[in-house]
Design a protein around this ligand. Structure first.
Ligand code: FAD
Length: 420
């Protein structure tokens, strides 16, 4: 019998953990490196928890250049870019702008659909395997529109595109929306309902999958940082870490928004920006919701997570800065009150905001695949706003790449060398 091939996974967020699962299932000898302690915070922990096949439109949507330019000037807007002279940001912005057109959206949307539907299917399987330890709920998602103009815009754009791709989307008026979600009064023109969307309790996913991985024999190196690589003849010969040099047959890059800096020493250019997002969670909300909601014009996400209610969102490109901008938190609260007028400032009093850094690629698609110049190094990063949705399918794809099987999703547009 041949020896099992060994893999080192660099980064233990939701993508790294999911990748470890699909590789261990294939019989690989898996080691996972994570610079934080077991159970520490990661980007998915404070996320909205959406598993969202409805999100078929990339962030670089048509019209986003002008909208983005307008928004970036104000730190109160849903999409804020802190003005600064940063060549990585400028390069990222130029690639982003190049993709904000209908033709690119038509190419990217089916890939996003396949990744998100693939992710949803795998979450159902993982829920089954773990006894639904992370509380998967398949209640769908409502995109609430405050104005008739926004509802018409959604109906002609998002709804038409989603339905054409086989992702069911229904336009509802205010009364039909209230009948679907009677738990709170909404002041809206209507909504779009996506029955296929689902959500989980994000903080319960990592412990559930970590327990599974331990049973499968995955070796963990917590509190271990990757700081360099040894490469020989177009292959990675070892990874340098704070726990010493480690060696394997294959290496996987799952460092989220830190991925570019992790491989910079190899001369790899991976355009990506950390996209900061905030979350406010009400422990004992006065209103009980069953469905997740997006406040469309304000880009705020609301999720019923167990007994709690999470409000999150905004996209801020200001680097890896721990600075919490109060005006962005105020905008989340203002949006909640604007669409759901029974909420008051009192509901949010004393809540400590959480923030995380989404790994935002400039074209709305993740980097998944082998690097051309380092054949045993595979990327699974850059998932932006959909990293939770796409984590399991990304892990499955990595396992298919490493075993040489036909990938479940076409990888052509996900090539990590596409901006090399
Ligand atoms: C407010 C908010 C709401 C969101 N809502 C949703 C949602 O509803 N649905 C959805 O699909 N997605 C959502 N997302 C996006 C999603 O959370 C991310 O895309 C996803 O969590 C990224 O996972 P990751 O594993 O790639 O990165 P991370 O979670 O950032 O993991 C990377 C890991 O690598 C480790 N690391 C970094 N450098 C090193 C090093 N040198 N050595 C060792 N380890 C290292 C880090 O410590 C980290 O644990 C949201 C994000 C935010 C911020």
């Amino acid at each position: 019998m041949s020896k099992p091939r060994s893999v080192i996974i660099c980064g233990g967020g939701i993508v790294g953990l999911s990748t470890a699962y699909y590789l261990a299932r294939e019989g690989f000898k898996v080691t996972l490196l994570e610079r934080n302690a077991e159970g520490a915070d990661s980007c998915a922990h404070g996320s909205a928890g959406y598993i969202s096949p409805s999100h078929v439109i990339p962030l670089c949507a048509p019209g986003m250049v002008w909208k983005g330019l307008k928004w970036m000037m104000s730190s109160r807007s849903p999409f804020y870019i802190k003005p600064r002279l940063d060549t990585d940001l400028i390069r990222w912005g130029l690639i982003f702008a190049r993709h904000c057109n209908p033709s690119y959206m038509r190419q990217a949307a089916p890939v996003l659909r396949d990744l998100c539907l693939g992710g949803r299917k795998l979450y159902v399987e993982l829920a089954d395997i773990t006894g639904n330890a992370f509380e998967l709920k398949t209640e769908g998602l409502l995109d609430l529109c405050k104005s008739q103009e926004a509802l018409d815009h959604e109906a002609h754009g998002h709804v038409a595109l989603a339905n054409s791709l086989g992702v069911e989307a229904r336009v509802l008026d205010a009364k039909q929306t209230a009948a679907l979600e009677p738990g709170v009064r909404m002041d809206i023109a209507g909504s779009v309902y996506f029955p296929i969307d689902a959500h989980i309790t994000p903080r319960k996913f990592a412990p559930a999958i970590t327990a599974l991985l331990k049973d499968m024999g995955v070796k963990f190196h917590w509190n271990t940082s990757v700081y360099g690589w040894r490469s020989e003849g177009g292959r990675i010969a070892g990874v340098q870490t704070t726990a010493g040099d480690l060696v394997a047959d294959e290496y996987v890059l799952t460092g989220g928004s830190w991925s570019p800096s992790m491989v910079a020493g190899l001369g790899i250019r991976l355009p990506m920006q950390p996209g900061k997002g905030y979350n406010l969670t009400l422990e004992k909300p006065r209103f009980k919701l069953t469905k997740s909601m997006i406040l469309t014009e304000r880009r705020v996400a609301i999720t019923p997570i167990g007994e709690r209610l999470s409000f999150g969102g905004t996209m801020e490109l200001s680097g890896h800065s721990d600075n919490v901008r109060p005006e962005r938190i105020e905008q989340i609260i203002a949006a909640a009150k604007f669409y759901l007028p029974e909420f008051t400032d009192q509901d949010f009093a004393g809540i400590k905001p959480w923030f995380g850094y989404r790994p935002v690629s400039p074209d709305g698609l993740p980097y998944i695949g082998r690097f051309g110049r380092h054949q045993n190094l595979t990327a699974a990063c850059g998932h932006a706003m959909l990293g939770l949705t796409m984590a399991p399918i990304s892990g499955l794809l990595v396992s298919e790449i490493l075993t040489g099987r036909q990938p479940s999703v076409d990888l052509a547009m996900l090539n990590p060398d596409r901006y090399a």
